[in-house]
Design a protein around this ligand. Structure first.
Ligand code: MOS
Length: 696
């Protein structure tokens, strides 16, 4: 069996195959489906953070114009028990967090439903809530594992003794705030029941996974649920797990016997579709005077909800980044009266590498070693965590190339000494990394009698360009041109595929597409190239191939360089230049790849300077409600941003030779910016975001 595809279209800057649909408004997103007899659902959210619902005055709102139903615990259909208590919608009187869905009003129009939902009176028995993360919380515990299935704690050697005796030390505690994803397209579901079962038009990062989770709640096999999601306007991880609104829409549609449309408003998103946990992280480094590490410890503290455990792998990257004989990482969690956190672009690596890469900068200063040189000196020969060889590792090459392009050599390490006009200016560097995952997938490929090919897979394109990339991969495997390939994705009726998450979409789906196309080519060869009027179809499932892959440590790497200007009077920080150099295997499409890299870096810049969800201790939920209160980087914040990549041949990955690129761009950016701010001002910011009040 061949292990590499041809290279005619993979690697070329093909325009998005769905660009016309998108710019002409023909691409239909979940909310735009309007089946006959449609009604609208507007959820009602809890206004207490902990307690019980005593009563909901549904009768009063049923008299409102257009109202069809008002559903809460007392009159809701019963769902089958499930592992994720977040999805047991209206199954209990308990309130687990402020903003939790506790009722839903269904009406003929959205306006009627919204009006009535606003009038619904809810009586609570309120209890005292506990919503603030602190590392010394008495209920802090060690989770069994951290995302995705990593050990919570690791230890090698004797880090305590090594730290006590090392000539140079860093011991610093960093913190990152809760952050909310805010994709352009908020979550939405249109739920339709018929004799076949349930159809969900949903904005999701994985149609197959959503079906698998929702079906059992309604006592059905997965085949009786169909999820249709051809276009998704961003996700950043908030559309991987099934969130309560999906179940609420399906439950409401079942109750009223009509199709239901439910839009999660941006306001509601701050409570019900997940967020990045806040973290507190203590990093200790012990080193020789020349900067060579002797010991690394990284202890991460995070929160989850009382309903579900989500443990972010914040210390995981510290297991594998640098050589050091003595090392320890730990993760601790406290379950508070808050919504359940979830994956957000580079969960774990993004906050974790802010801490580690800030600490490395502090170590560089403590040793008097250049920060690029410090990282080069600590390059491991094999994976320090597992002892496995790296499939490829080009961190040093990224650092060197970045330093060259950025003009790093001329850097004076002295902080707080350079002025440009009224600004204090400085530069900083940090490393990026993200693991290479691949999950089992299936796909089918069909030769049509008219010379076309149809390739089917329940993949998701969340705006990243995966529909385009899979078309390129299929075209090469079929030795045809992309114009002759119809790529069908975003539908659970298509061959089962993993979610668009973990930067593993292209690797997982691409492998299945290649294998299905190879099988089809063999079949066509057997038939002497003759395609019958009914067409010829082949399919593939990569479960065996993925499970049997050789043991390597597989990671993508990068180096990010930032130049900042800080106004010493106002504390206002601007990122003047941002350069990322990445080594991520073969780049499948330079156009979409550049978008992914600079998109990640922009989100990293945003994380560094702006993004912050603030817990209201009194009421017990996040105060932020919209993009006026939750600041994200806008065009004016992003000035000179550049992403480049190195040629990297890695035969140990997948038929495309590609590492994932969706998440690595956000990893390390915040540390590069914070390190530059220190270089500019002499002030070390260890608590994100780098707000102006922390600098004056
Ligand atoms: Mo990503 S947080 O796995 O969408």
């Amino acid at each position: 069996m061949t292990t590499t595809t041809g290279t005619r279209y993979v690697g070329s800057a093909l325009d998005r195959v769905d660009s016309l649909e998108k710019v002409t408004g023909q691409a239909r997103y979940a909310y735009e489906y309007s089946p006959r007899d449609l009604v609208y659902a507007v959820p009602v959210q809890a206004t207490i953070a902990r307690g019980e619902i005593v009563d909901v005055a549904v009768d009063a709102v049923l008299k409102q114009p257009g109202v069809i139903a008002a559903i809460w615990h007392a009159n809701a259909p019963r769902l089958a028990p499930c592992d994720d208590a977040e999805l047991a919608l209206l199954q209990s009187r308990r309130v687990a967090y402020r903003g939790q869905y506790i009722a839903v009003v269904v009406a003929e129009t959205y306006e009627d439903a919204r009006e009535a939902a606003g009038l619904l009176r809810v009586e609570y028995a309120q209890e005292e809530h506990d919503v603030v993360l602190r590392p010394d919380h008495p209920r802090m515990y060690r989770p069994d594992h951290v995302n995705p299935d990593l050990r919570a704690d690791t230890e090698r050697g004797d880090p305590d003794t090594a730290l006590a005796t090392a000539p140079v030390h860093v011991d610093a505690t960093y913190s990152t705030p809760a952050e909310h994803h805010n994709p352009i397209e908020p979550h939405a579901t249109v739920a339709v029941w018929d004799s076949e079962g349930l159809t969900l038009h949903d904005s999701t990062q994985g149609a197959s996974a959503l079906r698998r989770v929702v079906a059992p709640l309604f006592g059905m096999p997965p085949a009786q649920v169909r999820v249709i999601s051809p276009y998704v306007g961003g996700g950043f991880g908030s559309k991987i797990d099934v969130h309560p609104h999906v179940v609420l829409a399906a439950l409401a549609a079942k109750q009223v016997g009509r199709p239901v449309k439910l839009a999660v408003t941006r306001r509601q998103m701050f409570a019900v579709t997940g967020y990045r946990t806040p973290t507190v992280q203590r990093v200790r480094l012990g080193a020789e005077r020349d900067g060579r590490l002797i010991a690394i410890t990284h202890d991460a503290y995070e929160q989850s909800s009382t309903l579900a455990e989500f443990a972010e792998q914040a210390a995981a990257a510290s297991r594998t980044m640098y050589a050091a004989p003595h090392r320890r990482t730990t993760h601790r969690l406290v379950r508070l009266d808050v919504p359940t956190p979830t994956y957000m672009r580079a969960p774990g690596e993004a906050p974790g590498m802010f801490a580690l890469e800030s600490a490395m900068d502090e170590l560089a200063i403590a040793c008097g070693v250049d920060p690029v040189e410090l990282r080069v000196r600590n390059e491991p020969a094999t994976d320090p965590d597992t002892g496995l060889p790296f499939s490829s590792r080009n961190l040093v090459a990224c650092l060197r190339e970045g330093a060259r392009r950025f003009g790093w050599a001329a850097r004076d390490p002295e902080p707080g000494t350079r002025r440009r006009g009224r600004l204090l200016v400085g530069t900083g560097v940090a490393a990026s990394t993200y693991p290479v995952y691949r999950a089992p997938s299936s796909a089918s490929a069909r030769a049509e009698p008219d010379g076309w090919f149809t390739v089917r897979i329940a993949a998701a394109d969340i705006g990243t360009g995966s529909r385009t990339i899979l078309t390129q991969i299929a075209a090469d495997a079929l030795r045809t041109s992309p114009e002759l390939v119809r790529m069908e994705i975003g539908d659970s009726a298509l061959p089962k595929a993993p979610v668009a998450g973990g930067s593993m979409g292209s690797a997982s789906w691409g492998t299945a597409v290649v294998r299905a196309c190879e099988a089809l080519m063999e079949e066509l060869e057997r038939r002497g190239g003759v395609v019958p009027p009914t067409g010829v179809e082949s399919s593939a499932d990569t479960t065996k191939e993925v499970r049997e892959e050789a043991k390597f440590a597989r990671h993508a790497y990068g180096a990010q360089f930032a130049e900042v200007g800080v106004d010493p009077d106002t504390g206002e920080t601007r990122v003047l230049r941002l350069l990322g150099v990445f080594a991520a295997g073969r780049i499948l499409n330079p156009k979409t790849a550049r978008s992914q890299f600079i998109g990640g870096m922009t989100m990293g810049l945003s994380m560094a300077l702006l993004e912050e969800s603030i817990m209201d201790r009194e009421f017990g939920d996040y105060l932020n409600r919209d993009l006026a209160q939750y600041h994200i980087a806008a065009n004016a914040d992003v000035r000179d941003i550049e992403a480049v990549w190195l040629e990297e041949e890695d035969p140990h990955l997948n038929p495309m030779g590609a590492k994932g690129i969706g998440e690595i761009g956000i990893v390390g950016t915040a540390a590069a910016v914070a390190n530059a701010v220190h270089h500019a001002t002499g002030i070390r910011i260890r608590d994100l975001p780098i707000r102006l009040d922390k600098l004056v």
